[in-house]
Ligand binder design. Sequence first.
Ligand code: 13P
Length: 278
Amino acid sequence: MAIVTLKEILDSAEAGKYAVGSFNVINYESVRGILDAAQLVRSPVILAIAQIQLDDVDFASIMNIMVHEAEKASVPVAVHLDHGLDFRTIQEAVRLGCSSVMFDGSALPLQENIRLTKQVVDYAHTRNVSVEGEVGEMGRGNGGEKPSMTDLEDAKKFVSETGVDALAAAFGTVHGMMRTKPALDLELLKRLHENVDTHLVVHGGSGLVLEDYRRMIERGIRKINYFTYGYRDAARALKTYIEANPDALYDELSFFIQEAFKEIFTGVMEAFGSAGQA
Ligand code: 13P
């Protein structure tokens, strides 16, 4: 009942000038903790599973948990495939109940990225599923490898020829742990928002400071993918808890981690301005 498309969530975010978090999940505990946070602060939320995670997590099992829990939620939830890499996995995601899919053709030449993304859009839109595409490539764990920033003209062409509902833009963020603070090209972000006719997404969204989120949202970011630092903080909380409670059984730890997720992601939703919007 509460599952909505990414487009619906982002249209509201654009109207209200805030961003919605897209959080990768791995199991029941993470799904439950994140949804509890969203309900506590009345925030829309995006539950995501990336194709690469499917090496370790069974797709149908995690989708059953995501869809079942999202349907019970009292806030709008999009169930999203993150970084889909091939058409077969996209079809499977739609079949299993995703209301949104990302096709990541960012490593391909532009024309090929457009061709394959358009194929995904044609497939998904007839099934009321939103599509996110990507132009420009982000690095991983900065300090060396430089992200290739999104080219404005490429982005305009990509969006008008594919009709994607959201575009992941590379303007300086990186996936994973950061050794140095990334340099964000906020001017590029502003120009993308002014010229590109779709919602803008940032990947590699964790590990930034409050002021960075404020500036990105002011310049048009409506979806923030946030993973590494949320899971790091949850792990740190668990370690501290185990040190203080060395005899705790696993069931107690499982409930603790759900609470930790709830607390951590509540703070993230507040930082993104999505708290109070559902
Ligand atoms: P971080 O792990 O760097 O927060 O990035 C998450 C992400 O972009 C998932 O697509």
